[in-house]
Write a protein that binds this ligand. Structure first.
Ligand code: ATP
Length: 243
């Protein structure tokens, strides 16, 4: 098994909304080029955790180190500027703008750190031929699956060092789920480091090196994907994750 150096290290993290605590005592690390799948029931606190890492929500306790730099107190644009890039469930795309212009906006957080010009755009179009064909089309006229591709492509324009994917297959047809799975596999082959929140076990096990399960805001399971496959069949895993 490959050895990794920690790129993200979280210790004793608590976070929530006003008087409502959500994430409690979260501790884990992600190593460089590792893909971690985060599973959990609706409302378990997975998106909250991603939003804390990205700087959208301030934690009430704990530490987050990214490449040895603390992320605590940094604004979302500063976190993205360091290379921690989130693809949110809602994608936050500009619907009246073209595919190409949406993609170009993703490059702003990589400025001064990595290639952001024509080469980066060409690389995204190479990964997403469907987007290349629709480069001038307004994003508001794309299908849900195509929009998801724009959101992932935009994150790639930011040259992420750590990609936070929030349910990349959520709400998509089986054909698009398969396409998103292939895209995630390709990113993994290229050495991407990813934390993926997903409900689709097939997709998760296609790409993840490690599986974590969150329940009521706490990480209750953390083991390799191989060990997880040995420990649970799909039915048992679903019972463990969702009950
Ligand atoms: P899902 O799989 O349904 O997306 P999740 O595991 O990502 O769920 P979160 O979205 O992190 O869960 O939500 C965790 C808890 O925090 C839920 O009880 C939710 O109602 C609450 N919550 C989320 N956002 C807010 C907010 N802006 N204000 C108050 N409570 C919130």
């Amino acid at each position: 098994m490959a050895t990794y150096e920690n790129i993200l290290s979280i210790k004793g993290l608590d976070a929530g909304y006003g008087e409502n605590p959500v994430n409690r005592g979260i501790s884990f690390s992600v190593q460089s080029a590792e893909v971690v799948g985060l599973l959990g029931a609706n409302g378990a606190g997975k998106t909250t955790l991603l939003n804390v890492i990205s700087g959208f929500i301030k934690p009430t306790a704990g530490s987050i180190l990214f490449e040895q730099a603390s992320l605590i107190g940094r604004r979302p644009d500063q976190v993205a500027g360091l290379g921690v890039i989130q693809v949110s469930q809602f994608m936050d795309l500009f619907l009246d703008m073209s595919v190409e212009d949406n993609l170009r906006l993703g490059a702003t957080c990589a400025r001064g750190r990595a290639e952001t010009g024509r080469g980066a755009l060409d690389a995204v179009f190479k990964s997403f031929p469907r987007l290349a064909e629709r480069r001038s089309q307004k994003v508001g006229t794309l299908s849900g699956g195509e929009r998801r591709m724009v959101a992932i492509g935009r994150s790639m324009m930011g040259q992420p060092k750590l990609l936070l994917l929030d349910e990349p297959s959520g709400g998509l047809s089986p054909q698009f789920v398969a396409e998103i799975g292939s895209i995630c596999s390709r990113l993994k082959e290229q050495g991407a480091t990813m934390l993926i929140v997903e409900q689709n076990f097939d997709l998760v096990f296609k790409v993840a090196d490690r599986i974590m399960v969150m329940r009521e805001g706490e990480i209750v399971y953390d083991d390799t994907a191989v060990a997880t496959r040995e420990n649970f069949n799909d039915h048992e895993l679903a019972r463990f994750v969702y009950l």
